[in-house]
Design a protein around this ligand. Structure first.
Ligand SMILES: *[C@@H]1O[C@H](CO)[C@@H](O)[C@H](O)[C@H]1NC(C)=O
Ligand SMILES: *[C@@H]1O[C@H](CO)[C@@H](O)[C@H](O)[C@H]1NC(C)=O
Ligand SMILES: *[C@@H]1O[C@H](CO)[C@@H](O)[C@H](O)[C@H]1NC(C)=O
Ligand SMILES: *[C@@H]1O[C@H](CO)[C@@H](O)[C@H](O)[C@H]1NC(C)=O
Ligand SMILES: *[C@@H]1O[C@H](CO)[C@@H](O)[C@H](O)[C@H]1NC(C)=O
Length: 468
């Protein structure tokens, strides 16, 4: 009996990852699934239920969390629509040898203060309808949950933010209580995203070592427990908030945790390595937190860099990947956390565009329009590595121009008309990458038009180009 129980426990362990797809050039879904399998990753969390992704996951044996984006929460307030969603995006894949769907994420951080309460009233009804639709379809073992940002709770005394004082945010206490009660009724987990990087990013006085896992000189002491890192303290603040709400035993999933590698002074490969090199062994050893020792179900954020993600929160948003845009690992890490020191396996059979870069043309005569052409290039491509504290910040003005022109040229699949910029640019076969600053060559898009830039965007670009 005991052995069997242990066996069952082990099978649900293992790290998960978030697979976001906000990239101008997505790796083929099948290549991504193979990369996950090659690296021993057992679970994947999605941000939608896209057909291409789901089809690639068929027979993969990966545990899957599918998702309903925030902009579909309103329609899920109608039970009939929720049933259709479940039928189309869960039931359809739920057969022997199909996709192993374990969870449905209802919304993504819908209570972020940046959303101005837009989703406040529609999140709970969507959650209720989706779980009820799952139950009605005989799929009550698939759990609906709402991935929430850690800002839904806090420890009220800012001068002494001890985890044991954790409570749900006062302004959303009613909504949170409703959600937690419903999750408990359905034996569904609470899902929270915890970001030590953002604690540091938002606050120059934040003690940097507290964001990592190597110990600090002055830990936060709470009822005799010395908190050595903000991850544990944050997680246990949630445990206390749940306890105060009457659900101290509710299962908790960490829906997102990770560290970006570019786009900010603290976002770099060394810090990301340090973070994962502390987090993964801690998870691999089932240490848990002081209030919740044991295994924690965790999804790393994220799998691959996403070059068209919104940078409203910061330039680092496009650099959360464990892998670069092309599925190449950024640094060594041990996903098992068990000291097996396996090398990270890159994506296989990735096809690239030719080795051609678009750069500033040194023979250009009229430089008066340089700034506006750089602006244009960066509006439609990713120039976030040029900013302060980022990998290409050291370039000179012409280097900046080259970087921008090349970024645009690659996004446009090296189209012949996309390296002109009023005579300021020219194509070269010389690689201008230097030091940390990489001038990328994009990957060849799969022959699957619905996954490329939409026709509307292409037309828009055409019109804009025409008027320049
Ligand atoms: C299924 O999921 C896709 C992708 O997230 C979504 O666009 C679509 O509306 C869903 N289907 C139904 C019937 O709700
Ligand atoms: C929220 O409100 C602010 C200030 O009123 C506004 O600038 C912002 O665009 C709003 N955001 C959303 C998502 O509605
Ligand atoms: C290059 O571009 C970045 C980002 O726009 C800017 O911060 C930097 O000052 C530029 N460098 C030069 C030499 O113009
Ligand atoms: C683009 O330029 C290349 C190299 O000059 C040439 O081989 C190719 O035919 C051109 N393609 C188009 C669509 O004009
Ligand atoms: C360009 O050079 C950099 C290093 O200088 C290298 O890492 C990168 O792979 C090269 N790019 C290509 C497409 O060969």
């Amino acid at each position: 009996m005991i052995l069997l129980f242990v066996g069952v426990n082990i099978s649900v362990e293992g790290i998960g990852v978030n697979w976001g797809t906000m990239a101008s050039h997505e790796l083929p879904a099948k290549v991504v699934v193979k990369m996950l399998k090659d690296n021993g990753i057992k679970k994947v969390k999605l941000f939608d239920a896209d057909d291409t992704t789901m089809n690639a996951l068929i027979a993969s044996d990966l545990d899957v969390m599918v998702a309903i984006p925030n902009d579909q929460l309103a329609s899920m307030n109608t039970y009939k629509r929720a049933k259709e969603w479940v039928q189309r995006n869960v039931t359809r894949y739920n057969y022997n040898g199909g996709v192993k769907i374990k969870y449905v994420a209802v919304g993504n951080e819908p209570f972020l203060t940046a959303y101005n309460n837009s989703f406040l009233d529609i999140t709970f009804p969507a959650l209720r309808n989706i779980q009820n639709a799952l139950n009605e379809a005989g799929l009550d073992y698939i759990k609906a949950t709402v991935p929430l940002n850690a800002d839904v709770y806090n420890s009220p005394d800012v001068n002494n933010p001890v985890p044991s004082a954790g409570r749900f945010r006062q302004d959303i206490l009613g909504e949170m209580t409703q959600i937690v009660q419903f999750l408990a009724q359905n034996k569904a987990p609470f899902t929270v995203n915890i970001y030590p990087f953002l604690s540091l990013y938002g606050n120059d006085n934040f003690p940097i070592d507290y964001a990592f896992f190597d110990g600090v000189t002055s830990p936060i002491v709470d009822n005799g427990i010395a908190y050595q890192n903000v991850f544990d303290a944050n997680f246990d603040t949630l445990v206390s908030a749940l306890k105060a709400a009457g659900y101290g035993d509710m299962a908790i999933i960490v829906g997102e945790v990770g560290w970006p590698t570019d786009g900010d002074k603290n976002a770099n490969v060394n810090n990301a390595y340090r973070f994962y090199n502390g987090l993964l062994p801690k998870l691999g050893a089932n240490k848990g937190t002081p209030l919740r020792p044991g295994n924690i179900e965790v999804y790393l954020f994220g799998l691959i860099d996403e070059d068209v993600k919104s940078i409203a929160p910061g330039n680092f948003e496009r650099h959360w990947g464990i892998f670069k845009y092309d599925g190449q690992p950024k640094f060594g890490m041990d996903f098992s956390g068990k000291g097996q020191n396996k090398l990270v396996v890159p994506a296989q059979n990735v096809k690239y565009l030719p080795k051609r870069w678009c750069v500033f043309n040194p023979n250009a005569k009229d430089l008066s329009k340089l700034a506006e052409n750089i602006d244009y290039a960066c509006t439609f491509s990713d120039c976030t590595t040029l900013g302060y504290g980022s990998s290409c910040n050291g370039l000179d003005a012409y280097g900046n121009a080259s970087y921008a022109f090349n970024a645009y040229f690659q996004v446009q699949n090296q189209g012949n008309l996309s390296c002109n910029f009023q005579g300021l640019a020219a194509v070269t076969t010389q690689n201008l990458s230097q030091g940390q600053c990489d001038f990328p060559i994009q990957i060849l898009l799969a022959e699957s038009p619905e996954r490329g830039p939409s026709l509307a965007i292409l037309l828009f670009l055409l019109v804009i180009t025409f008027f320049m």
